[in-house]
Write a protein that binds this ligand. Structure first.
Ligand SMILES: CC(C)(COP(=O)(O)OP(=O)(O)OC[C@H]1O[C@@H](n2cnc3c(N)ncnc32)[C@H](O)[C@@H]1OP(=O)(O)O)[C@@H](O)C(=O)NCCC(=O)NCCS
Length: 371
């Protein structure tokens, strides 16, 4: 038996052709393409195609996928009933997890496939937008087949089209977050896929893993922290005090990156342009956080991660902070489903071992003698 490694750090748990995270050099690659080359001009639909089919689409292939995504946006009746039954104060991540589960019921006996992946990916924005409208006491807005994935999400949330600049920013965000190696939620999705379970079960597990603040729950926690810090002048005092209490700075640190996260670099530029007020405080907090983390452990580099400036970009786009984590899921749906398909295509049950550290075998004392 090999030695136990806490957090499976450094353990290679799968082979994948979908994405590569090069932590030492701060590089993220989707199927051979460096993320910075995709983020500018590629649509989320093109990247989803890349995830599922392994190559960039030709015009006709992209048109066909766009049409199929647009045609798969409506929810099943059972999903709509579930959505309407949830209290309006429910966390949108819990809404997504519950409705994705119900949405998958009718396909539960089918093997994961690209059509099912498209269907699931198409439904995430509808679920979130419908719930958001309900929270506001507003009628749901029907999806529009003539709008892109990003544009239609904002349209369904707000009941009106957003500016091309904001749609473009959301598209960039969706492209950047679509996949990221063997992160916790993707690992969960692959573990579930390895048992030959159905796609919805894989996605429900993945959403549950993404929800935690150590993973996709961080951007709303970034907002909370910035709200508590309040002003640039207060950053040093608040943050040093926080570290005394062992509080982690949200949006900093990463299991793999020991240098600047390439996604954070792109989002930082977007944030500076779209959300200067957020940027003013955030850039001061970033400078202070990196300084404190360096002072604490100069031997263990910690850098800004994707979540920090995501928060400023998503706020500028007009999303409430509770919708930051599920919007991460809107993007990651493409990566999760691609990983499920990859795992299913060349499957071996993922079943590691544990090291037993409990008592030596012993005889149970009868209840009457246990006092
Ligand atoms: C992402 C994260 C979970 C990675 O954890 P990890 O792989 O266990 O981190 P490392 O092994 O590099 O470092 C662990 C140590 O660094 C410290 N550390 C890591 N990130 C830190 C942060 N954001 N603020 C303060 N200290 C941090 C931890 O306190 C720990 O120190 P300790 O052993 O003295 O308690 C962690 O950095 C974190 O919680 N970050 C904040 C949440 C966040 O932004 N999540 C989004 C991730 S994309």
């Amino acid at each position: 038996m090999s030695a136990y490694v806490p957090g499976l750090e450094g353990i290679v748990a799968a082979q994948t052709a979908i994405s590569m995270v090069d932590g030492a050099n701060g590089r993220l690659v989707y199927r051979g393409y460096v993320i910075a080359d995709l983020a500018e001009d590629m649509s989320f639909e093109e990247v989803a195609y890349l995830m599922w089919y392994g190559r960039l689409p030709a015009r006709a292939e992209l048109d066909a996928l766009t049409l199929e995504l647009a045609g798969s946006r409506a929810l099943t009746q059972a999903a709509r009933i579930t959505l309407d039954a949830l209290p309006t104060e429910t966390d949108p991540m819990d809404v997504l997890r519950s409705v994705v589960s119900v949405q998958g019921v009718e396909h539960r006996l089918e093997k994961p496939s690209i059509p099912l992946a498209i269907h699931a990916t198409a439904s995430f924005p509808t679920i979130l937008a419908m719930f958001h409208r309900r929270q506001l006491g507003l009628e749901p807005v029907k999806p529009r087949a003539d709008l892109s994935h990003a544009a239609n999400y904002l349209y369904m949330l707000n009941g009106k089209e957003s500016s091309p600049d904001l749609v473009r920013a959301l598209n960039t965000y969706l492209v950047l977050l679509a996949d990221h190696g063997m992160n916790a939620s993707t690992f969960v999705a692959r573990v579930i896929a390895s048992t030959d379970s159905d796609l919805a079960s894989c996605l429900v597990g993945a959403i549950g893993a993404l929800k935690g603040p150590a993973h996709g729950g961080a951007p709303s926690a970034v907002m909370d922290q910035l709200e508590q810090i309040g002003t640039a002048e207060n950053a040093g005092r608040w943050m040093r005090e926080a570290r005394k209490q062992k509080v982690r700075f949200m949006g900093f640190g990463h299991r793999i990156y020991r240098t600047y996260d390439p996604r954070a670099r792109i989002l930082k530029e977007l944030c500076a342009r779209l959300n200067p007020k957020f940027y003013e405080l955030a850039s001061k907090v970033e400078e202070t956080a990196l300084q404190i983390l360096h002072e604490e452990h100069p031997e263990r580099p910690q850098a800004t991660n994707v979540e920090f400036y995501s928060a400023g970009v998503l706020q500028a786009i007009g999303l409430p902070k509770e919708y930051f984590p599920p919007t991460f899921a809107v993007s990651r749906a493409a990566g999760w489903t691609a990983h499920v398909l990859e795992q299913s295509a060349n499957n071996r049950l993922i079943r590691p071992q544990s090291e037993y550290i409990g008592p030596e075998p012993r005889k149970p004392v009868p209840l009457s003698e246990r006092g």
